[in-house]
Design a protein around this ligand. Structure first.
Ligand code: ATP
Ligand code: MG
Length: 388
């Protein structure tokens, strides 16, 4: 069976081979190809040293940020391809970064330093697949298994713990027994992994097809990542949007907004996610029967999309149909913003109002319109404002 490489990967492969080096595609692209998925991107592994790569690949645009660890990013045919010299990783004092990497001439040594058997295969257009650790067998049986001794591999680099869960979730695989046992024992090492890396894996884990099963098997890891929060695992996530899934997990927590905020700050998430979660989780009227005006007020506070997510979470907990009702209300283009009013600040100035009062009066008028007490017509609005 031949694997199809991208145009850019073929050019990089040919350039290195013409100069007498060996170059294979490796890791995720090989795994995905063997699973019948289309690879996201192509990483390569080569016998050329970093200096040799820089000189042989000089016809391409090269990004050298990883060169100390043997990685050169090659821009070829608009793709960015990470090419790494065969290497073994030295000690890992901080459970995250190898203290030193050693370049080697042996392809097998390079495959041995990789995290999981399914990620430790490479492919060469002439020599075919190299699978030194039973990766194909594990793909067939749909298991994530460490290359080598799991406890050692997780102690070297604790991020691998989350990568294991992430791949199990995304691919719908199970975690092999010894690998799982080591995770249950060593997850406290995640303390040493940077917030950004944890967050990146968390997002991918939650978006995966098997997220609920993985979170339930490894609830100890989840609890460690989000101390204090009370999780409620659904039987299934209703969406593959990791933001909504995170809220769904916290929905039954009595202190959900505070726990969410603390977690988002610790993981250094984007501000947009922090604001999204806090604003939705802070709405206290979850259990109420909403009337039309209240739907509109929610929409005014949260915006259309966040209101949908909020109502969706409310519906999940009690089986009501608020989301549908809201969709119908919104389809009629109702007034939910001050700018929707047929009266503006200039009109109020002309009528003799001044300064901050104007904003407050318009807001009052907006609520009156949303509650159905006043028509959205200039004269009715002015009359209403003059009456208060
Ligand atoms: P994705 O589809 O997410 O890109 P991937 O397998 O390509 O999956 P990358 O993070 O791009 O994952 O890493 C590329 C390859 O490098 C992996 O397949 C694996 O062989 C190796 N690798 C990445 N991170 C680690 C790690 N922390 N420890 C050991 N090997 C790793
Ligand atoms: Mg990759």
């Amino acid at each position: 069976m031949d694997m199809t490489l991208s145009k850019g990967a073929i050019r990089v492969y040919e350039t290195l081979e013409r100069a007498g080096f060996r170059a294979d595609v490796v890791g995720g692209s090989v795994r995905d190809f063997l699973l019948g998925l289309s690879p996201n991107d192509f990483d390569m592994t080569t016998s050329a040293t970093p200096d040799e790569m820089l000189s042989v690949l000089s016809e391409f645009r090269l990004i050298q940020t990883g060169v100390k660890h043997g990685t050169v990013t090659v821009i070829a045919d608009g793709e960015s391809i990470e090419v790494t010299t065969y290497r073994t990783d030295g000690g890992y004092l901080d459970h995250r970064h190898p203290d030193k990497v050693t370049f080697t001439k042996e392809l097998k040594d390079d495959l041995a330093r990789r995290d999981f058997t399914v990620n430790a295969m490479c492919y060469h257009p002439v020599y075919g697949f190299t699978d030194a650790f039973g990766g194909r067998e594990d793909l067939k049986n749909r298991v994530i298994r460490c290359v080598g001794e799991p406890a050692l591999r997780f102690s070297e680099d604790a991020l691998r713990i989350l990568r294991a869960l992430r791949f199990a979730s995304a691919l719908g695989f199970s975690v092999e027994e010894k690998t799982a046992k080591a995770i249950h024992k060593l997850y406290p090492l995640l303390r040493d992994v940077s917030a950004e890396r944890v967050y990146a894996e968390w997002r991918k884990l939650l978006s995966g097809q098997n997220a609920v099963a993985v979170l339930s098997e490894f609830s100890d890891v989840t609890a460690f990542l989000f101390p204090g929060a009370e999780f409620s695992l659904p039987t299934a996530f209703a969406s593959n949007d990791f933001r909504l899934c995170t809220l769904q997990l916290l929905w039954q927590d009595p202190n959900r907004a505070a726990h969410f905020e603390e977690m988002a700050k610790r993981l250094k998430t984007e501000k947009s996610f922090l604001d999204y979660g806090v604003s939705i989780l802070s709405q206290q009227n979850a259990e109420r029967n909403l009337r039309r005006g209240e739907y509109l007020r929610l929409c005014h506070t949260l915006g259309v999309e966040n209101t949908k997510d909020f109502l969706f979470l409310c519906d999940l907990s009690d089986g009501e149909n608020r989301t549908e009702i809201f969709e119908k209300i919104i389809a009629e283009n109702p007034v939910t913003k001050i700018s929707d009013l047929r009266l503006n600040g200039n009109d109020l100035q002309k009528a003799g109002y001044k300064g901050v009062a104007i904003g407050r009066l318009l807001e009052g008028a907006l609520y009156a319109v949303m509650d159905g007490k006043v028509e959205n017509e200039k004269s009715s609005l002015l009359e209403y404002i003059q009456s208060i």
